[in-house]
Write a protein that binds this ligand. Structure first.
Ligand code: UD1
Length: 382
C-alpha cells in the first residue's frame, strides 16, 4: 500500500508526527510494508513555524515540498492543487491522508478526489458552525469528500451523521495531537522557564517569571488580529489588566506582529515592561510554558485541547469553537470569551479564582495514531 500524507502549516506537524512513527513501527513488524511519502505544501516556511517542529518531533524531512508560501486563500489553495495534482499523477498512491483544517487539508483532499484517490481525514467532524472561518470551509469540504473520517471525539460523529455522512465511513479514534503531547511531555517538563524565555526573547526583560505566576497568550485568528477596532481594545485589556496582575508571556505569531505594526500599536506592547514578547516557540518550549502558566489566553484550537489535558485554565478569545469537548461544560479547562472586553474581563477574574483540574476526554490516550493506521488498513481490505 502506498500512502501520501500532507502537511502545510504549524498545527499539522504535531498531528502527523505520531502517524509517521506508527507507519515506521508497522513496517518494522510486518513483511507487507507501507510505502509512505510525506508532502509539505510549504504554507508555513519560516524555520520557527516549520523546521523547528520537524526537528523537535523527529519528523523526517518531507519527501516533496511544494513551496507554496504565503498568499491569499485562493492563491494558496489553487497553487497547492496545481502542484499536488502532478505529485498524485506521478506517485499514484492508494490513499491521501490529510490532517486538521488548514488550506493544505482542503486543497489536497479536493485534488485527491478529482484524481479518484481515496482520502482519509484525521480530525474529522469538528464544526464551529461559523462559516466565516476559513478553517470551517476547509473542514466542511474535506469531510464531505473523504472516504474515511477519523474523529477525535463523539460529538464530531454526531456532526457528521447530522450532515448525512454514512456511518460506515466514520471511525472514532481519539485525538492524535495528544499522542504527541504524551510522548513529549517528560522532555518538556525538564525545561527551565527562565531558559525558555531567554532563548526566545524579542528585545530585553528584567522581569522574573516563575511557576504559576504568569499568563501566556497566543493570538493569530483574522477575526482577532485583522481589524484595529478589535485588536486595539484587546491590547488595552492586556496592558490595563493582565499585565498589572502578573507578567504576560506572548509568543507572537507573524500575522499578529505584522498587524500590530501596520496599526501603529506595536510600540504600546513593546513599551510595557510586564509583557514579554517571544518569537514563535518550538513544541517543547510552548508545552513547558503551558504547564507552568496560571492562565492561558488564546484563539488556538490546539492550545484549547492541550490546556484541557494539562488543566491550565484557558480563556478562548473566540465566540464559538469547533472543539466543544474542551469547554468547562464538558469538564474541560476552556471558556469562550469572544472579543468583547467586558466579557473577557469578567471571565478573566472568574477564572483566576477557580481551580481547574486536568481532564482527559475518551480515547485521548496517546494511542490514536495506531487506531488511525488500523482503520486505513481495514478500509483498504474492504
Ligand atoms: C494558518 C491556518 C490556521 C492555523 C495557523 C497556525 C489556514 C486557513 N490557516 O493560519 O488554521 O491555526 O496557520 O499558525 O490554513 N507567515 C510568515 N512565516 C511563515 C508563515 C506565515 O511570516 O512561516 C506570515 C504570512 O506571510 C502571512 C501570515 O503569516 O502574512 C499568516 O500566514 P498564513 O499561512 O496565511 O495563515 P495563518 O494565519 O498562519
Amino acid at each position: 500500500m502506498k500512502i501520501i500524507s500532507v502537511v502545510g502549516a504549524r498545527p499539522n506537524f504535531m498531528k502527523i508526527a505520531p502517524f509517521i512513527h506508527t507507519i515506521k513501527k508497522y513496517n518494522s513488524e510486518n513483511t507487507n510494508t507501507i510505502e509512505h511519502i510525506l508532502v509539505h505544501t510549504g504554507q508555513h516556511y519560516d524555520d520557527r513555524m516549520s523546521k523547528a517542529f520537524f526537528d523537535a518531533l523527529n519528523i523526517p524531512e518531507a519527501d516533496i515540498n511544494l513551496g507554496i508560501g504565503s498568499g491569499s486563500h485562493a492563491e494558496q489553495v489553487g497553487n497547492t492543487m496545481i502542484a499536488f495534482e502532478k505529485v498524485l499523477r506521478k506517485k499514484k498512491p492508494d490513499w491521501v491522508v490529510v490532517v486538521g483544517d488548514v488550506n493544505a487539508t482542503l486543497a489536497c483532499s479536493v485534488t485527491a478526489k478529482k484524481e479518484h484517490i481515496k482520502c482519509c481525514h484525521i480530525e474529522a467532524g469538528l464544526r464551529s458552525g461559523d462559516i466565516t472561518m476559513p478553517e470551517e470551509v476547509n473542514r466542511l469540504v474535506t469531510d464531505r469528500l473523504s472516504d474515511l473520517l477519523l474523529t477525535p471525539d463523539k460529538l464530531s460523529i454526531d456532526n457528521l451523521i447530522n450532515e448525512g455522512t454514512r456511518k460506515s465511513k466514520i471511525k472514532f479514534v481519539g485525538n492524535i495531537m495528544i499522542d504527541t503531547l504524551e510522548k513529549q511531555k517528560n522532555k518538556a517538563e525538564k525545561l527551565i522557564i527562565k531558559n525558555v524565555i531567554e532563548n526566545n526573547l524579542i528585545g530585553k526583560t528584567d522581569i522574573s517569571v516563575s511557576e504559576n505566576n504568569y499568563a501566556l497568550m497566543t493570538l493569530h485568528r483574522p477575526s482577532n488580529v485583522d481589524k484595529k477596532d478589535v485588536f486595539e481594545p484587546i491590547i488595552d485589556f492586556l496592558l490595563n489588566n493582565v499585565a498589572k496582575d502578573m507578567p504576560l508571556l506572548w509568543p507572537i505569531h507573524p500575522r499578529a506582529k505584522k498587524q500590530l505594526e501596520q496599526f501603529g500599536i506595536y510600540h504600546k506592547v513593546e513599551e510595557c515592561s510586564n509583557i514579554i514578547l517571544l518569537q514563535p516557540l518550538n513544541y517543547h518550549d510552548m508545552l513547558r510554558l503551558n504547564m507552568g502558566a496560571k492562565i492561558m489566553l488564546t484563539d488556538s484550537g490546539g492550545l484549547q485541547e492541550e490546556c484541557t489535558v494539562l488543566g491550565t485554565p484557558c480563556l478562548t478569545l473566540r465566540w464559538n469553537t469547533e472543539r466543544p469537548i474542551t469547554l468547562k461544560e464538558h469538564g474541560g479547562a476552556s471558556v469562550l470569551v469572544g472579543n468583547n472586553i467586558e466579557r473577557i474581563k469578567a471571565e478573566y477574574n472568574n477564572t483566576l479564582t477557580e481551580n481547574t483540574k486536568p481532564m482527559r476526554p475518551e480515547l485521548w490516550d496517546g494511542k490514536t495514531a495506531e487506531r488511525c493506521l488500523e482503520a486505513i488498513i481495514k478500509s483498504t481490505l474492504l
